[in-house]
Structures are given as structure tokens and as C-alpha cells.
Design a protein around this ligand. Sequence first.
Ligand code: ADP
Length: 284
Amino acid sequence: TFKSRRGLPQKRRIPDVAKVVAVSSAKGGVGKSTIAVNLALALARRGIRTGILDTDIFGPSIPTLLNLHSEPRLDSKNCLIPLTNYGLKSMSMGYLLPQASSSDHESNRPPMDTTPISWRGLMVTKAMQQLLHSVSWGPLDILILDLPPGTGDVQLTIGQEIILDGAVIVSTPQDIALRDAVRGFGMFRKMDVPVLGMVQNMAFFACPNCGHETKIFSHPHTHGSESGQDTGVVAQCKRLGIEFLGNIPLDARVCEDADRGMPTVVAEEGDKDSARRKAFMNIA
Ligand code: ADP
């Protein structure tokens, strides 16, 4: 890792993990973590051995989403043993910093907040390296990385430390989110990471009473679209030459499920007609 900071990147594979796929968004609040965890659970439900690594050190959300709050144990090689719920293995900074696992925003800040900036960067790098290299995942077919929002240092560090097999970009149909998503696309291109496609979250609002679908966020490119399908993210995917992976509706149940620590893919497992659940399963 010293070498990598000197400009000689030594990307490594995560031991026992076949494929690593990052889920990213250029800004916060677009539903990246919600989609990452539901995608991981959908893969696990298809019989694929799956794990999820929460790389958001300052705002970890996986502990809340998977309703896991205990402290991971170490194995004989001093590697962290992932915590498992709903058949999905997971690791998060939130497990290591007890107060960071709460959904309360104030207590989401790790104690390093009072540390001088120069130390903070170092500690973040160290913590990230431990999360990337010192977790005993056991044999996994796929590890989903829930990246922090944006295109900053953490994303670059991850790109330098490990081999990413692909990236999925989450965006809403809004113009501003889409422009940011294009920046994310550029970042992965520079890091030589194949972009597997984009997911459009909050694509439309499904009325819980009548089922009517309303587009909440309009986008200049949607106007005049005859099929009604050519919404913002679809158009952007065409332009960038990447795959459109699917629409996720804006739906109060998705949020409720997430908040109570039982994501929609698990919560509605018994309901074969659930459009919400199908939307997540189709991405996987
Ligand atoms: P990010 O990881 O991009 O910051 P989150 O996944 O934490 O975003 O989602 C932000 C908030 O929006 C959460 O409260 C989440 O439950 C809610 N949310 C995300 N996607 C949807 C959706 N499709 N429908 C309803 N609420 C959603």
C-alpha cells in the first residue's frame, strides 16, 4: 500500500471473492444503499453466494438496513468475520463503531471527528484498508460494494487497492442527478472499471390506493417521448452506450422496509405479485 501511494498501484483481489461490483451514486439520498442491499439480497435469493461491504465510513447504513448491530469477531488470522442476516454476509464500519450504527444522524459521526485533519485522512485510509483486505468472506461468488456518494478520495483509494469487476450507477430521473451520474461514469472509465449499467430509482410514484403511476421528476429528455419509456436515465444510458438496468418505483413501502431493517426483497418474499419486489429482482 505504501507503494500504491507512491504511484505504483498494486491492485489486489479480495481473497475468496470471485467478483466485486461497486454500487455508486454521484450524490447522496438517491437510494444507492437501498438499491445496493436489495440487489445483494436478490442475488442471494437466486442462490448466488453474496456479500455486501459498506464502504461509507462516515455514514454507514448497512447496519440499519440489515438490522445488524453486534460487533464482529476476529478469526485465527485476525480477519473480521462478517455478520449475516437473510442469507447475506455483510461488513460495515458501523459494526466497528457502535455509535455509528444508529439511524440517528448526530450519532452517525465516528469519534474521529475531533481528530486533526492530517490524522483523519490516515485513519480513514487505514480503516478502508482493513475493510477491503481483512475480512474473511469465505467463498463468495459476488461482493457488492456500497460506495459513499460522490467521486472523491475514498472511491479512488478503493479503485487503487482492489480489482473492481464492474460498477452500477444509481440515479434519479432528475437532470442534476443525471449530470452527476455522468461524472461517476467518467470516474470509472478513468479507473478502468467496466460500467455494468444504470438503475433509475424513484422512476415513478405508484399510488398505493389506485395503482396509478405518476412521474415525479420530469426531465427535459422525457418530453415528447412517445413510448413514455424514454425517461432521463434511459436516454442517458443510450448516449453513454451503457445498459439500462431497470426502474425502481418511489414507494413508501420501500422506505418503511428499509427503515425497519427488512429490505423489500425479503419483506415481500411471500408476495409473488409485488411489483416493488419484482423491480429489485429484475436488476439482479
Ligand atoms: P443513499 O444511499 O443514496 O444516500 P438511501 O438508500 O439511504 O440513499 O435512501 C435515502 C432515503 O430514501 C431512505 O430513507 C430510503 O428508505 C429512501 N428511499 C430510497 N429509495 C426509495 C424508493 N424507491 N422509494 C421510497 N423511498 C426510497
